[in-house]
Write a protein that binds this ligand. Structure first.
Ligand code: GLN
Length: 484
């Protein structure tokens, strides 16, 4: 059961091969048995899951099955879930029970999905390794001495370990695609505005976007269908028609033009990852696609630009955590200033504090022009690079990460090296574009991921391109040792 895809499970549920209660129970048992080694869940909602599963089984019997009826999934613990702790992996929110659910959570619940629990992440989604969580490091099921990637590392590790067939993630600079790549999964960051951010705890509001993580592109299509759509409660949500993603997977790729940015295949790329990506591109050519070299000339500015804009937005978003309204409050404050200062000092971890300091500095009156305004100008140039490229090509392809999963503890003491982990993913967020990562082989024993980037709202084409490749390969079905 655990290595089944979403598509398999939905077919089995529809055919009556098993009930939602049965499979939900199996996943809950797998979590109880094996998550001690992986640490992918912060909260397991066992009783609620079984109740939802029984309700889904009843709905199906009454002929009232939604698109995801009875499918067990996990939510990244950045999505508010009514009545359930929503911690964002921070001591600051360790005691926070959300009073309402995020639109993504509601949309998926309305489609009949069953929530197994809330997955671990880097604190407030800041990180690329899932080592900054208040609840401890998540381990990569392919090799438990390695990181699963971050920040949606709990979601990725849970799926790769067979503890959930699918999960939600969020991606501000790579946090769906990078852990998907490091754990051998498919993950999609939709176009900015495609999926509602309402009830998703904000990190950098102009970059954050929720998306699906699962084994296959078909699974991501099925999940995105329920996640996506206009939401009047999110002012940046776009009122754009939601395509039939699953229905459009069988596209002929003949004539598809794939751009290969020369900046994404340069020094610094692990040769084994490069080989896996090139082999996948060869498959695309066999399917009739054409590959052309392109240039995204401002690529090297993406990481520095992001590390001004994201911390600037984070520093304002996180100012709401003041020890007054909700969240952590220090003991015996002597006065209001002491309450603010100590609640924040004790409630936030080191990486979060680093971002608040950098962001506050970049926004301060004396430095605003030099850093924040300059970064916004560079962001515009980065967007223009993609606009120009998409005049020549339909999609852009390259590696998702420069290297496979690295060792736990290897990069924590050097933030800049850690930040460079997202060198191929960050520009996409700055430009607001959709992109997915899918497995295309291995670097040694560790999964290698390839990224496909699309035009605004072209998720359907990305999913179809990935699906066609997955019809000819089985990397996405490989399971981590002892996790089948
Ligand atoms: N690794 C990046 C960061 O730490 C991106 C994180 C994310 O996408 N949430 O900011």
């Amino acid at each position: 059961m655990p290595s089944h895809t979403v598509a398999d499970l939905l077919r089995g549920l529809a055919a009556g091969d098993f009930s939602s209660e049965e499979i939900t129970q199996q996943y809950l048992d797998a979590i109880a048995d094996r998550d001690g080694q992986i640490n992918s869940f912060i909260t397991v909602t066992r009783e609620q899951a079984l109740e939802q599963a029984r309700a889904a089984d009843n709905a199906r019997q009454r002929g009232n099955a939604g698109a995801l009826c009875g499918l067990p999934i996990a939510h990244k613990d950045i999505f508010c879930t009514e009545g359930v702790r929503t911690s964002c992996a921070s001591k600051m929110l360790d005691n926070f029970i959300a009073p309402y659910s995020a639109t993504v959570v509601n949309n998926m619940a309305s489609a009949g999905a069953v929530m197994l629990g809330k997955t671990n992440l880097d604190e407030f989604a800041m990180g690329s390794s899932n080592e900054t969580s208040y609840y401890g490091t998540v381990r990569n099921p392919w090799n438990t001495d390695r990181v699963p990637g971050g920040s949606s590392g709990g979601s990725a590790a849970a799926i790769a370990a067979g503890l959930a067939p699918a999960a939600t993630g969020t991606d501000t600079g790579g946090s769906i695609r990078q852990p998907a790549a490091l754990c051998g999964l498919t993950g999609l960051k939709p176009t900015y505005g495609r999926v509602s951010r309402y009830g998703m705890i904000a990190f950098a509001s102009s970059l954050d976007q929720a998306g699906p993580m699962a084994r296959s592109a078909e699974d991501c299509a099925l999940l995105l269908q329920s996640m996506a759509g206009f939401d009047e409660r999110d002012s940046t949500s776009m009122d754009v028609h939601v395509d039939d993603y699953a229905g459009a997977l069988d596209q002929d790729l003949r004539g598809l033009k794939i751009g290969l940015p020369k900046e994404y295949f340069s020094a610094g790329l692990d040769p084994a990852i490069g080989d896996a990506v090139h082999a996948a591109l060869e498959e695309y050519r066999k399917m009739g696609a054409e590959t052309v070299e392109i240039s995204l000339p401002h690529t090297e500015l993406a990481v520095p630009c992001y590390y001004v804009i994201a911390p600037a937005e984070a520093s304002t978003n996180l100012s709401r955590f003041d020890g007054v309204r909700y969240g952590y409050r220090c003991e015996n404050p002597t006065d209001l200033d002491d309450l603010y200062t100590r609640s924040r000092e004790e409630g936030f971890g080191e990486e979060v504090k680093r971002r608040i300091l950098v962001g506050t500095y970049a926004l301060s009156a004396g430095f605003y022009d030099a850093y924040y305004r300059k970064a916004q100008q560079i962001r515009r140039l980065i967007k223009q690079d993609f606009t120009d490229a998409f005049k020549q090509v339909d999609i852009i392809a390259g590696p998702t990460t420069p290297n496979p999963a690295f060792g736990i503890g290897e990069k924590v003491s050097d933030p800049v090296t850690m930040y460079l982990e997202d060198i191929y993913t960050i520009a996409v967020n700055l430009a607001g574009l959709p992109a997915l990562s899918m497995p295309v082989g291995f670097a040694g024993e560790l999964p290698a991921g390839m990224q496909l980037i699309g035009r605004d709202f072209d998720e359907g084409r990305l999913l179809a391109a990935a699906h066609q490749y997955q019809q000819r390969s089985d990397w996405h079905l490989r399971t981590a040792p002892d996790c089948a």
